[in-house]
Design a protein around this ligand. Structure first.
Ligand SMILES: NC(=O)c1ccc[n+]([C@@H]2O[C@H](COP(=O)([O-])OP(=O)(O)OC[C@H]3O[C@@H](n4cnc5c(N)ncnc54)[C@H](O)[C@@H]3O)[C@@H](O)[C@H]2O)c1
Length: 370
């Protein structure tokens, strides 16, 4: 087994979890550089993971130039993506792990994907929640034939799509065996979340048909059904896969259900640890184990690879375009010569002023309307 050198940039909430996942894969990675705007974040990682000799940087280019890592991990906000990939190429990086959403526009996402392909870079986008036990169990029930043939898949996230939807479209494709979507239709409304650090309309409702005939229904935003008590708040979400002989669902907060041949048509339910329980559920460790496996063996392509992430992004962007143009959008989207959809939505989406949306965001509504 090769020990892959890694430099990590962005040691905030997610970056610390990335470092943990890397450190847990003993003998497979060697951390050679840390970078963050906040020195205390780097000091914390050095102390926690005994990285005394690892140099720290406030400037990411300086880190890549000095350490020349094989793997570059960056866990920053969505406005820092393409420029990081360009830097990685400049300094000979061979593999990249980045956070979701992979970009702020399909144009940017495509440039990133194409640059990685052209430069032989293996890249993964962190849609790691598919490693949760309830997600793995859902997949196993499907593969064991418990629900018969898949007929349709329903994605529900209370958070807007650039927060959780990109995760969930990835899981829809994964649950369906990797078939791509052929076309999408969509509705979008509400401009408030377009100004968020993760821009997206307040609500998106879309449908698609995948190559195996399975239909996907995607709902992201405040009007999606809440399944759990209010304390789960905006992370309330559910992936439901329906088949000819039953259905299964899983949520990233741990809840799951199955009504299948194996349960004699009875709905059984449970709760596993959710994605927040990082101590109990080492999903970042599994994600980095599979990344090292892919780095060691070209045939072991990671399930979070950038091509699949790009297709997921394309599905969501296609749903927005469909809403803006009032047409069905056929995939792949080949003509990207249009104004970025976030800018189009900024201009075109009327105020929504939904009371529910304001309450959801913890703000005071201007207008009393549900
Ligand atoms: N995969 C998941 O389950 C999951 C969950 C939550 C958030 N995320 C995503 O992770 C990403 C990061 O979120 P976060 O909550 O960790 O953010 P954060 O603000 O906690 O961390 C970002 C860190 O990057 C550093 N940084 C930013 N720009 C820098 C620069 N130019 N040079 C050096 N350091 C810089 C900041 O100092 C900060 O420490 C977001 O895109 C978010 O959507 C993913």
């Amino acid at each position: 087994m090769t020990e892959h050198t890694v430099a990590v940039m962005g040691l905030g909430v997610r970056g610390k979890i990335h470092v943990n996942g890397i450190a847990e894969n003993k003998g497979r990675y060697k951390i050679v550089g840390l970078c963050d705007n906040h020195k205390e974040n780097m000091d914390l990682m050095k102390e926690k993971y005994s990285l005394d000799d690892v140099p720290c940087f406030a400037d990411v280019e300086e880190m890549l130039k000095t350490t020349r890592p094989e793997v570059f991990v960056f866990a920053t906000y969505p406005d820092l993506r393409l420029s990081m990939i360009e830097l990685a190429i400049r300094y000979g990086v061979r593999a990249i792990s980045l956070e979701k959403p992979m970009a702020e526009s399909l144009q940017e996402a495509k440039t990133m994907k194409d640059l990685c392909a052209k430069n032989g870079i293996k890249a993964v986008v962190c849609h790691q929640q598919k490693y949760l036990s309830q997600m793995q169990a859902l997949k196993k029930r499907i593969e064991d034939g418990e629900i018969g043939e898949i007929t349709k898949i329903h994605v529900e996230t209370q958070a807007w799509f650039s927060q959780l939807g990109t995760h969930y479209v990835d899981y829809m494709l994964w649950a369906n065996g990797g078939y791509k979507a052929k076309w999408v239709c969509g509705h979008v409304h509400g401009p408030i979340c377009l100004d968020d650090t993760h821009p997206a309309p307040d609500y998106l409702l879309g449908t698609c048909e995948m190559e195996n005939g399975v239909h996907g229904y995607v709902e992201c935003g405040y009007l999606s059904e809440a399944h759990n008590p209010p304390e789960y708040g905006s992370s309330d979400n559910r992936l439901t896969v329906y088949g000819t002989d039953g259905y299964v669902y899983a949520e990233t907060d741990g809840f799951w259900g199955a009504c299948t041949k194996a349960t004699n048509g009875r709905l059984i339910k449970g709760k596993d640890p959710g994605w927040r329980n990082h101590q109990q559920v080492p999903i970042q460790t599994d994600y980095y184990r599979d990344f090292a496996d892919w780095l060691d063996d070209d045939s072991k392509v990671h399930s979070c690879n950038i091509d699949t992430a790009y297709h997921g992004y394309e599905i969501l962007e296609g749903m927005c375009l469909s809403a803006l143009r009032n047409v069905r959008i056929d995939l792949p989207i080949t003509d990207l010569d249009y104004e970025p959809v976030v800018e189009q939505m900024h201009r075109e989406l009327p105020p929504c002023n939904s009371k529910k949306m304001f309450v959801y965001l913890g703000k005071t509504p201007h207008v009393e309307r549900d």
